[in-house]
Design a protein around this ligand. Structure first.
Ligand code: ADP
Ligand code: MG
Length: 305
């Protein structure tokens, strides 16, 4: 994504891949030197954000090809990394079936449900793709067969993507998304600076805990199954305890939290909406630049004021 807002970066920041926006954002970026807590989003922030579909299951008699065409039609319109994984996966399956078409059926009435999934009308059928929360919110029953598939996938640190067609769960994909190689190093370096790290995610608790363990975030500091406003509320709660809070995120679902935080940092490869909402853009999408930004604020920004 290209940042659309006008950027005013200190010479040093720009050359290091840390863009600080002008105006208010500059004021906020200045607070980075006082940050006591960094709140990290999971998908696309602590993880690489290029998930891969590793298994597919059908819970209905629908042929696999038809199921996949419904899923791709709904997900083709979404910017979410999971959506991209589903689209890639279906395109690969088509090659296996020997049909090389790039055609994607158009979904009418397409809607994004931030932190939950997407919905749309595909050839007269109502298609929902997303997590359990989305299904329950739309009164779609999640039966024991589905629950069983989900819990097995979650134990393997996979996220389940449920696909409902006309009010019933027709099948699911499970996706994996490895953590960024620098994530653990950054969390431990922050700790050495007396800055604690917490995770807020829309994903399920089992997957969230497993990722947290890998990067060195304590179990008590993991907040899972949060919707976008819940993420922002968590930030406000920490601020009420008198802490200066930085938020690092990449998704549409992170924008309220990026705005609420004292310092909002967007991953450069993230969505335009997140970049708009942030004060600082980490253009290399490398988490080490969270530390670069704090360092810059401690050194450079104190001088330009
Ligand atoms: P995170 O907070 O970890 O970045 P999100 O808030 O973006 O995750 O999404 C939370 C959950 O919502 C995802 O783990 C996924 O289950 C579901 N989800 C969101 N968008 C989509 C989508 N386009 N397709 C499928 N699932 C989605
Ligand atoms: Mg994310």
């Amino acid at each position: 994504a290209t940042p659309t807002a006008v950027m005013v970066a200190t010479g040093k920041g720009a050359s290091q891949g840390v863009l600080i926006k002008g105006g208010n954002a500059l004021e906020n970026a200045h607070k980075a030197r006082l940050v006591k807590i960094v709140v990290f989003d999971k998908t696309g922030t602590l993880t690489i954000g290029k998930p891969l579909v590793v298994s597919t299951v059908l819970f209905s008699k629908l042929p696999m090809e038809e199921f996949c065409e419904m899923a791709i039609a709904a997900e083709a319109n979404s910017e979410h990394p999971i959506a991209k994984a589903v689209v890639e996966h279906v395109k690969k399956l088509r090659q296996q079936y020997g049909s090389y078409t790039e055609h994607v059926t158009e979904a009418k009435d397409f809607e994004v449900h931030p932190g939950a999934g997407v919905s749309g009308n595909v050839e007269g059928k109502m298609v929902l793709v997303g997590n359990k929360r989305l299904m329950l919110a739309c009164d779609i029953p999640v039966g024991p067969e589905v629950e069983d598939y989900m819990s097995k996938a979650e134990q393997l640190v996979r996220t389940c993507v449920l696909v409902a067609i006309d009010g019933r769960i027709a099948g699911a994909f499970s996706v994996t998304d490895p953590v960024k190689p620098e994530a653990e190093r950054v969390v431990s370096f922050l700790r050495s600076m007396s800055i604690s790290s917490i995770m807020v995610t829309g994903d399920n608790l089992v997957t969230a805990n497993a990722i947290a363990k890998e990067v060195g975030i304590r179990k008590d500091d993991v907040f899972a199954e949060f919707d976008p406003l819940g993420k922002a509320d968590k930030i406000k709660e920490l601020q009420m305890k008198g802490m200066i809070v930085a938020m690092v995120g990449d998704g549409i679902n992170d924008s309220p939290a990026l705005v609420a935080a004292d310092v909002g940092m967007a991953i450069g490869a993230g969505t335009d909406v997140a970049i708009e909402a942030a004060d600082i853009v980490l253009i290399k999408s490398n988490l080490e630049d969270v530390i670069t930004a704090i360092d810059l604020s401690r050194k450079t920004l104190s001088r330009i004021r």
